[in-house]
Design a protein around this ligand. Sequence first.
Ligand code: AN7
Length: 381
Amino acid sequence: MPFRPRYTGLIENYRDRLPVSDDTRLISLGEGNTPLLKLENIPGLIGKNVDLYIKYEGLNPTGSFKDRGMTMAVTKAVEAGSKAIICASTGNTSAAAAAYAARAGITAFVLIPDGKIALGKLAQAMMHGATVIQIKGNFDEGMQLVKDVAKEAPVTIVNSINPYRLQGQKTAAFEIVEELGEAPDYHCLPVGNAGNITAHWIGYSEYACKAGDKVTESCAYCDGDCKFAKGVVGSKRPKMVGYQAAGSAPFMRGGMVDDPETVATAIRIGHPQSWEKAWIVKEESGGWFDECTDDAILAAQKLLAEKEGIFCEPASAASLAGALNDIATGKIPEGSTVVCTLTGHGLKDPDVAIQQSTAPMVTVDATLGAVREAILNNMAK
Ligand code: AN7
């Protein structure tokens, strides 16, 4: 007999809160159940008394939060008899789609912007056997093409316009509430298509509301009689705060951006697919959107790696960059409990990491003397 049940993924874990039935074949890679790490050094460095937590979604099987949505989307696609899935992607969705399609034994087509996705993500899509279609255009153009081609071809779209994606992703909020005992005061996320911020709000809302309540207009299932709304904790929900890269910030511009640009290629998105939903989330939660420069994003990525030992990709660091700014100005007051989602692992984008690293690296002769000297010279650092 095992000492404890084997963790077999988020659908199994939250079966009663997700749209699956007893005989649904689950397509899972053991996603979810990611660490909620409390930052131990950074709050002191910035001289602020805040409980700052990191939800480390980079520790999902393919290295990003997309696995939460993909396990649901692919499970439902297979249940419906689909033999092929398709997505447009800035990289992480394509990696997850490729892996879950491989697991399910179906075909994946991924449209990616030529030359604009991080190397690790490209390696994943290729290694898992997806058909990679590089388009000479950006994510937004790819997304439109996916919508158009899916009208003609027998493929299931697994971008976050597929409502099962948000259903899977809402479970991250469940995990946070379960571990903290209540919702945090603020939940900060990087925003691209705004699917994830919407999914988190659905998750928090379902844990806060009772059946019969209509707690969020952003949820496709919230019809006032949601079977998932069980109200396991008090009615507290966090203020949802979404941070965008300054060069790709349609929520700050108040309209679509046609030529998005940022070092954080994962959120190089100008036409967010969950535009209306995310505005509802902002209104209902009392949160806000803000933007971070590329420099601030990279500085936060480095700070986290050097001072806490946590490695995330640039896009993910937007949540911390933005939160640190809002904590510094007092918009997020001292005494608050703050959760920042780190959406993807740092290993996804080794190029940007190496380019901006200033850690001492020396090449020396393979002798004891040379190595001793290298150590003594760098001891103080
Ligand atoms: C690391 O993979 O859109 O606001 O095609 O990879 O839910 O879009 C990725 C998005 C944040 C933004 N952080 O989430 C894709 C894709 C990382 C990401 C986002 C993405 P949404």
